[in-house]
Design a protein around this ligand. Structure first.
Ligand SMILES: Nc1ncnc2c1ncn2[C@@H]1O[C@H](COP(=O)(O)OP(=O)(O)OP(=O)(O)O)[C@@H](O)[C@H]1O
Ligand SMILES: [Mg+2]
Length: 553
């Protein structure tokens, strides 16, 4: 365990590696009070106009999170974000439904921007767009936070993409090889098989960690994705962030940023991460709704300039960094099967490749309906060996020649022997069809894919071009967030000193953590009493839970 990791653990538990309490266990309360502004300013809602909530005050900055108290409906509190400022008017948008909101509701600034708690324990969990668990498997304790909106890595420090990432889909691994850290889009009209293909990749990929962002899609698809596509093994190395289509546009937008921040965290651990994003079009549409609601003009087909600005900011965060990689696979719903519509065109220009699904192939039950000739992976030649490229090139030519001559062949106007290339294309046709089609359950190992390609093309592919790097499982062991010799977890997930003698030597009165571990009754979460402030083991109480003086502006 590195010194830095030990320091984090010590800070979290208040116990050093020898089991001795730090600052008599009060360090975390000092930290909380340091970070807290004890006097909170509040504003009051004075206008609600479509998605936009306007309030007089509080003093806040763009992107700051505010709480809005709704006294009707059981004193509900909703989270909102500052999206605009105009003199003393603060413009906000809510992450949640705004039922019950009325003129005069209090708006309290939090002083912080959207952050997501990050830990290896996120693996196997389903989160909402703010990074909170949705799966009833309990809270996720962590002191580490990543900002949802971050800058991409410095381009100078990005590692060059050189390793192949296997997807287990023959048409992709064989004809459109993807590199670790590449960003690629799956483009098609609705119902052609984007989500199904994404699911196949999630299950079969050899990435270390999957981060799945289901943004603005059908709520029904979540459980299908978990049960059918990921399965228990796939889920154990995946984090899912879900924002269904009925959620407010800001939460769809922020879900995309939160998922990307989680992928960045795992990349910073030196892992190869796969970010599976369904769909970037819903993200663009959410940006359009927000832009238009806050008064932006519409530029192209109703999309405001902010959509074209936000797209590269999100997509550029994927890719390689000094430490690890994020391979981004984004589905793009193409309006009216028109690949030149604004979202598709913008995304295609930013990404390092596009996989186009064809409705015509889907109609012929050719699944996955990948139109190899219209698709391109800009890094295929970098990540695959020379013989593999040669074989893929030859198969492409067979496909292209057949496509050109197809009409003649179908009406019987082509006579065998008139053109050698067409003859070859016809003779390879059936084998190529079988190679490019695959059932959803079928997993194609890279070596098998390349062997079949070698057989069809007649080009020998050496064994070294078939090798794949192993998955780094050791680093993502769910049961333990580190190779920890000083700390253990009890049944409830609390961190306790590994050495019982050292723990026993820590007096309970000065060590609130140890006191809480040994206490029979743990106070109910969220109830903050004088006693519980000093006995809650996992974290210092949030100042949000304590009534502070509120000053109206
Ligand atoms: N590999 C496949 N094998 C068999 N059927 C498939 C396959 N892929 C897609 N389908 C069929 O196509 C239907 C639609 O697939 P899917 O939901 O993946 O499309 P989509 O492009 O994500 O649609 P939308 O744009 O509406 O989200 C599926 O319900 C299934 O019937
Ligand atoms: Mg879909």
């Amino acid at each position: 365990m590195s010194d830095a990791a030990i320091a984090v653990k010590e800070k979290k538990t208040g116990i050093n590696k020898k089991g001795v309490p730090l600052y008599a266990g009060f360090h975390k309360y000092f930290e909380t009070t340091d970070k807290t502004d004890p006097i909170k300013c509040v504003g009051r809602v004075n206008r609600v106009h479509g998605l936009l909530i306007e309030s007089r005050g509080p003093q806040a900055v763009i992107g700051e999170i505010c709480k809005i108290e709704i006294p009707s409906f059981n004193k509900k509190t909703i989270m909102a974000e500052v999206v605009g400022l105009h003199a003393e008017t603060v413009q906000l948008m809510s992450y949640e439904e705004t039922d019950g909101l009325e003129i005069g509701c209090r708006v309290i600034a939090s002083g912080s921007r959207l952050e997501v708690g990050v830990t290896p324990k996120l693996l196997g969990r389903v989160l909402d767009p703010l990074g909170k668990p949705l799966d009833n498997k309990g809270g996720i304790e962590t002191a580490d936070k990543y900002p949802a909106m971050a800058s991409p890595p410095n381009p100078v420090n990005r590692r060059r993409i050189s390793e192949r990432l296997c997807t287990g889909v023959r048409a992709i691994d064989g004809m459109l090889a993807i590199g670790r850290g590449q960003r690629i889009g799956i483009f098609s009209g609705s119902g052609v098989g984007k989500s199904t293909l994404l699911g196949m990749i999630a299950r079969n990929t050899n990435a270390d960690v999957n981060v799945v962002a289901l943004i603005g899609e059908r709520g029904r698809e979540l459980n299908d994705f978990i049960a059918k596509d990921l399965g228990p093994d796939g889920l154990a190395r995946s984090v899912i962030v879900v924002t269904p289509s009925n959620s407010p546009p800001l939460s769809r937008l922020r879900g995309a940023y939160v998922a990307t921040a989680i992928a960045e965290y795992f990349r910073d651990q030196g892992l190869d991460v796969m970010l599976l994003f369904d769909s970037i079009t819903r993200f663009a549409r959410a940006q359009r709704e927000i832009g238009l609601a806050s008064g932006e003009p519409s530029a192209t087909r109703g999309y405001p300039p902010s959509m074209f600005d936000s797209m590269p900011k999100l997509l550029e965060r994927c890719g390689t960094s000094e430490k690890g990689t994020i391979t981004g696979i984004y589905t793009v719903l193409v309006d009216g099967d028109d690949l030149d519509e604004p979202v598709a065109d913008t995304v295609r220009g930013i990404l390092d490749g596009h996989i186009v699904l064809s409705r015509n192939l889907a109609r012929h039950y050719h699944y996955p309906a990948i139109d190899v000739l219209d698709s391109i992976s800009r890094l295929a030649s970098t990540v695959s060996g020379p013989q593999t490229q040669k074989a893929a090139g030859l198969l492409r030519r067979h496909l292209a020649v057949y496509a050109e001559a197809e009409d003649l062949i179908n009406v019987g106007a082509y006579k065998e022997g008139s053109n050698l290339q067409i003859d070859q294309a016809i003779s390879k046709r059936e084998a190529l069809e079988n190679f490019l089609t695959q059932t959803v359950e079928d997993r194609a190992p890279l070596a098998d894919t390349l062997k079949t390609m070698a057989e069809i093309s007649g080009i020998e592919i050496p064994a070294e071009e078939m090798e794949t790097p192993p998955v780094k499982e050791a680093k993502i062991n769910l049961a333990d967030s580190g190779d920890d010799e000083y700390y253990d977890e009890d049944d409830s997930g609390q961190i306790i000193p590994a050495d019982p003698e050292a723990a026993a030597s820590v007096p309970e009165a000065v060590n609130p953590d140890a006191a809480a571990v040994s206490a029979a009754a743990v106070p109910e979460a969220g109830t903050v009493t004088e006693a519980s402030v000093f006995s809650e083991a996992a974290a210092a109480p949030s100042m949000d839970d304590i009534d502070l003086p509120l000053i109206d502006l």
